[in-house]
Design a protein around this ligand. Sequence first.
Ligand code: ZN
Length: 282
Amino acid sequence: MKYFLSILPVFLSLILCHCSSSDLKITYIGNEGFLIETGNKKILSDALWGEMENTAYEVPSDSLTALMREAKAPFDKIDLISISHKHQDHFNADITLAHLLNDPGTRCVAPEQTAALLREHAADKTICSRIHGISLPPFSDSTFSLRGIDIRALRLAHSPYMETDPQSGLEVNRHRDEVNLGYLFRVGNAAIFHGGDSNPLDSSGFATFALQDEDLDVAFLDRLFLFRGETPQMIMQRYIQARHTVFMHISPANAPRIAPYFKDDSTVSVFTAPLESITLKF
Ligand SMILES: [Zn+2]
């Protein structure tokens, strides 16, 4: 009995440690920006931007941006900054570089065309060794590890934005040259997918990457997956199959209208305010 009592605290702490490392906390920053915390790791995904006016998406406030620039809690000791692409509602070079300066352990992963912008603007070039640019042809992927996080980067097409070319009069896709990466992060027991601005009609792209075999705990998907009909529904059910889905890139005006549709669905989250958070247990 005495022996049992002496090992009981160790046994309990092992159980408690196991439970806390299986929690996944997601904090909304704005648009497609999130702080993801699990297994003692912190990831900032498409979060380091702001200092602009726009009503089409939730822009991080100046006070929130200042905390991220200065790497102050809860944005301290970030393991990984991931950037899906260089559009201004996902990425700001100045804010990202400030964070990298103030958080010396942080690594940053981005498409090479975004990483090149960071290197170009870096006043302190020693930061560049922590910036990992990924070059991938369409429909290809690569796997690597940074700071104990296993990462699979997927070259998923950006959603098209069609407009009329003034010279030719033809419809052209304004985003045709934008390199967008989706990322699968494995941290401890958790499998997390962030799709950036991936095209919800790109069934061949999602079929190629077969995320359904990755046993995803959570997928972060553009709100267009909700609004583009049967193909996105098929992609989510056949090629993603996440236990939990966070719909993102929702305007501040629309979020309070969309969130009630999912109030009784524990497998879906729609955030309506910055710094709102959820904790998933698995
Ligand atoms: Zn974009």
